[in-house]
Design a protein around this ligand. Structure first.
Ligand code: HEC
Length: 206
């Protein structure tokens, strides 16, 4: 659950956090007692500027103090429910991974029926379907434009997908493999790289 290398750090953090909350509660409590009764004169702290500008020791407004108390209570409740106190997982057992999996499952339950229809079809039939084209366009705008450009014509280092020149192949099956499994650009073998360099040197630079 936690990545602490030893229990010491878990205890260390727990002690600091708990002592911090208790210490701050005490500090706040000790300061909340200063109430001014009607008619009572508020004492100054003895600091005077510009002749008559004195620093008074007025208590903080009640709503202000209340906000401090609320943040402390919020913090304490949070540390009981959620992870934060050393390696204590919190009584709700919440994790980022758990939340991710849950959201993924929800998304799959929601979107799978939409895709089911197309998964049964041949790729060529999917490519010809206007609804699938719309869907593909939106997916491309979301996941692919950053690299391949909004017109799919690529940029330096990112291949143009609209021409007939393919690195791996432009038939539907190969494109499917490219998208699902990804591709690793490979460093060329030494000898090949040198011959490419030689050839590049002879090309006009743009
Ligand atoms: C992070 C940048 C990036 C994103 C995002 C990206 N690609 Fe690519 N894509 C590349 C690079 C770089 C290559 C060259 C592959 C290589 O040599 O590793 C490539 C290669 C390809 C190829 C193979 C081209 C060929 O000539 O064989 C296809 C097809 C492709 N991408 C489609 C897509 C699609 C569809 C998406 C969106 C789902 C996408 N790419 C998202 C960077 C990206």
């Amino acid at each position: 659950m936690s990545d602490f290398v030893s229990d010491f750090w878990s205890v260390y953090i727990t002690v600091i956090v708990v002592a911090g909350i208790i210490g701050l509660t005490y500090l706040l409590f000790s300061q909340s007692k200063t109430t001014v009764k009607k008619g009572e004169k508020v004492e100054t702290l003895g600091h005077v500027w510009d002749g008559d500008l004195a620093e008074y020791n007025n208590p903080l407004p009640r709503w202000w103090m209340l906000m401090f108390y609320i943040t402390l209570i919020f913090g304490a409740v949070y540390f009981v429910l959620y992870p934060g106190l050393g390696s204590f997982p919190g009584i709700r057992g919440w994790t980022q991974v758990g939340q991710y999996k849950e959201e993924r499952a929800q998304a799959e339950a929601k979107y799978q029926p939409l895709y089911d229809k197309y998964q049964k079809l041949d790729l060529k039939a999917v490519a010809a379907d206007p609804n699938a084209q719309e869907m593909g366009k939106r997916l491309f705008q979301t996941y692919c434009v950053q690299c391949h450009g909004s017109d799919a014509r690529g940029a330096k280092g990112f291949p143009n997908l609209t021409d007939k020149d393919w690195l791996y192949g432009g038939d539907p099956k190969t494109i499917e493999t490219t998208i699902l499994a990804g591709r690793h650009g490979q460093m060329l073998k030494r000898g090949v790289r040198h011959s490419v360099k030689r050839r590049l040197r002879t090309l006009p630079t743009t």
